[in-house]
Write a protein that binds this ligand. Structure first.
Ligand code: NDP
Ligand code: MG
Length: 390
């Protein structure tokens, strides 16, 4: 029987890589594609849905509904639009669902997938950052298997297999250091959008590329790892590894370290999740150790990248501090992209909002439900929008 599949955020960077793998692995002949979703890029969404013979294409953007319908004319593929349609589609039973919407907009659909999919391939790290307890409890209740797609967490998942997580002594997340690894703070203060988006190793969506430049991406990943692997924050370490060949490592009590290596290509982690528990050939470049001249490692500079400190602060506050951190970060990102604030202001804004709301965050649990988390998210965004540099 063909495996039934849905991809939420199929028009994004992770989504397109997922579609590419599905096509290479037999497309509609091999998979029963149920739902593909996007937002503004409805031409691509329709093209993907037709190529994979999907049952349904959903755009989160209601204004794009007529364009989607027009692009699907004659295909027999159903079109839908809006956030409720997205949630309903995410609730459909499938063997494998990919959660690859960007930002906390991905949380509600992720929770629906966690209720109804057999396997949830999770790229949307924000879901775990904002509501890790709720996502895990939802998967536990339904029996859904949660597989990480983030390359670091996929590496850890792979390194952990066959080993007992209780024997872990350290989890080492690698970070490329982004485009500003060797810049001074003074240079970073005037960094432009184009400079922030130009990631040295990974080809990713605009927002996560800027998050790599601030290292907010790594900050989210620390919290993501804490949630996914139930490991104490003090056991999670970040090491800057500019070549992005080691995707992350784990250390056991006996100081033995297991690393997962590969070329920096997200199709490695996506393909691992797609084929799990099997392994299949993937279109990822083979590592040639003869031509890999060196692998470098340094400690991150937390004065230049305060995001790492803020992730630890959020875990110390507990409750839904991750949701506050993420919402403030998303607002800061919007303001940086629109040219309203400078590059270094992003972390200042997040710190300010996190401290402002730390009591509310600390006394709120994501287990109270999605609405409660989204209220806190809303409050943090409101504060983030009115923050101004001193
Ligand atoms: P992109 O920005 O490339 O794509 C985002 C996707 O979400 C698109 O399909 C977009 O639709 C859709 N979308 C945007 N806004 C909304 C909304 N409000 N509601 C519903 N859908 C929306 O992101 P990435 O693929 O880079 O990242 C996706 C997720 O994966 C993020 O959580 C990111 O952190 C994570 N991730 C990404 C990696 C990467 O290599 N890119 C690596 C590891 C994790 P449209 O384009 O049609 O408007
Ligand atoms: Mg990552």
């Amino acid at each position: 029987m063909r495996k039934s599949i849905s991809i939420f955020g199929s028009t994004g960077s992770i989504g397109c890589n997922t579609v590419d793998l599905l096509v290479r692995q037999g497309g509609a002949n091999a998979y029963n594609v149920k739902v593909l979703s996007g937002a503004r890029n409805v031409e691509l969404l329709a093209e993907q849905a037709i190529a994979l013979g999907a049952d349904m294409a959903v755009t989160a953007d209601e204004a794009s509904f007529s364009a989607l319908t027009a692009a699907l004319v004659g295909s027999g593929i159903q079109a839908a639009a809006g956030t409720q349609a997205l949630r309903d589609a995410a609730f459909e039973n499938v063997d494998w669902a990919m959660s690859a919407i960007v930002g906390s907009a991905g949380l509600a659909p992720t929770l629906e997938m966690a209720k109804s999919a057999k396997i949830l391939a999770l790229a949307n790290k924000e879901s775990l950052v904002c509501a890790g307890e709720l996502v895990k409890a939802t998967c536990k209740k339904s029996g859904c298997v949660l597989l990480p797609v983030d390359s670091e967490h996929s590496a850890i998942f792979q390194a952990l297999s066959g080993n007992d997580a209780r024997n872990l002594s350290r989890l080492i997340l690698t970070a490329s250091g982004g485009p500003f690894r060797e810049w001074s703070l003074e240079q970073m203060a005037t960094a432009t959008l184009a400079q922030a988006v130009a990631h040295p190793n990974w080809d990713m969506g605009q927002r996560i590329s800027i998050d790599s430049a601030t290292m907010f991406n790594k900050a989210l990943e620390i919290i993501e790892a804490h949630q996914l692997f139930d490991i104490e924050p003090e056991k999670i370490e970040v090491v800057v590894h500019p070549q992005s060949i080691i995707h992350s490592m784990i250390e056991y009590k006996d100081n033995s370290i297991i690393a997962q290596l590969g070329a920096p290509d997200m199709r490695g982690a996506i393909g691992f999740a797609l084929n799990w528990p099997e392994r299949r050939a993937l279109p990822v470049e083979k590592l040639d150790f003869g031509s890999l001249s060196r692998l470098d490692f340094t400690h991150p500079d937390e004065d230049k990248f305060p995001a790492l400190r803020l992730a630890r602060r959020a875990m110390e506050i507990g409750g839904v501090a991750g949701a506050v951190l993420n919402a403030a970060k998303e607002t800061a990102l919007d303001r940086f992209i629109s040219g309203d604030i400078g590059f270094l202001h992003m972390a200042q804004l997040v710190e300010n909002v996190l401290e402002d709301l730390h009591l509310i965050a600390n006394t709120t649990s994501s287990l109270s439900g999605l609405e409660v988390v989204m209220e806190v998210d809303h409050e943090a965004r409101g504060r983030g929008r009115v923050w101004s540099p001193a």
